[in-house]
Design a protein around this ligand. Structure first.
Ligand SMILES: C[S@@+](CC[C@H](N)C(=O)[O-])C[C@H]1O[C@@H](n2cnc3c(N)ncnc32)[C@H](O)[C@@H]1O
Length: 280
């Protein structure tokens, strides 16, 4: 394959899904994309790459080729301890179920962990998990997990919320019913998501931006900002705090040793900017 085609595929993937494919991974990706193109009846790679934007099925299959789906229950436990502390305060202020959106939710471990936390604290929540990958969303809806996904879950929580079935763990209905999953590409698909709230009180977007190009990170940050309610909170993975830091749009605060980002309203952004520009 020519270098030109290689770059074209890389650029299309960056534009359509946000992924920053490393040079070293390109050869294996091209081989797998070539097989996919043949299976889908394309005559050559050029035609398949050009069709990525207009052929949603081909794009979906390409997502499966590049997507990293590693996740597990209670990943970064300190973040969920912080959430457990925040939920009662937030509910007391909002007077409505706390709206929480898990972006790039994979098989649903993240959203189901949030549901367990909310259930334990008795705080009403409205939950949605989205992922660009159709197969992830279908798996999430089933609510059946491998022991690997539960590797750091305590026996107490396992016994309370899961049923062991042939080496797998099925989430009990009381938690499963709280969690809804939809397919959605955070980079490009319409916002607000059809049938969902315009604004969310809390967004989890963890271990997603680390795979994205700098341009895609900016687009996603802007979309998350616009999807948050006033003072809404954004949880990113601890390795992503620097990627999302933007003094003019979010302020970070610390809870339970965890950095959480809070949406700054326009007037406060302006005030902070003025303060930052003062020289003494
Ligand atoms: C590494 S997993 C992280 C799962 C979970 N958030 C966590 O931290 O454990 C990243 C997930 O993001 C999804 N993803 C990648 N690009 C996406 C996009 N453009 N829109 C929505 N989801 C995306 C992938 O399909 C994958 O399931």
């Amino acid at each position: 394959m020519s270098e030109k085609l290689k770059h074209k595929l890389r650029d299309k993937i960056a534009k359509l899904i946000g992924f920053d494919i490393k040079e070293r991974d390109m050869d294996s990706l091209i081989t797998r994309f070539g097989i996919l193109a043949l299976q889908r009846g394309y005559q050559n790679l050029h035609e398949a790459i050009e069709s990525l934007e207009s052929d949603p099925e081909l794009l979906m299959d390409t997502v499966e080729l590049v997507s990293v789906s590693e996740s597990y229950f209670f990943r970064e436990p300190a973040q969920f301890e912080a959430l457990a502390q925040i939920l009662p305060e937030l509910y007391a202020r909002l007077h409505h179920p706390v709206r929480i959106w898990s972006v790039g939710t994979a098989r649903g471990e993240e959203l189901c962990t949030i549901a367990i936390i909310a259930h334990e604290s008795g705080i009403p929540v409205y939950l949605l998990g989205t992922d660009v990958s159709k197969s992830m969303v279908e798996t999430a809806k089933r609510g059946v997990f491998s022991s690997w996904s539960l590797r750091i879950v305590s026996n107490e929580i396992k016994e309370k919320y899961f049923v062991s079935e042939g080496g797998f763990f099925r989430l009990k209905d009381e938690i499963r019913r709280m969690c809804r999953f939809k397919r959605h590409n955070i980079l490009r698909d319409p916002l607000p998501i059809s049938g969902e709230p315009d604004r969310w009180d809390i967004i989890f977007c963890r271990n997603l931006l680390i795979y994205f190009t700098p341009e895609a990170i900016e687009v996603v940050k802007d979309r998350l900002y616009r999807s948050l309610s006033d003072d809404g909170l954004l949880f990113v993975a601890s390795s992503e705090v620097l990627l999302t830091a933007n003094a003019h749009r979010f302020e970070s605060f610390e809870k339970n040793g965890v950095f959480i980002l809070r949406k700054l309203e326009k007037s406060r952004q302006h005030r902070l900017r003025s303060l930052n520009s003062l020289s003494f």
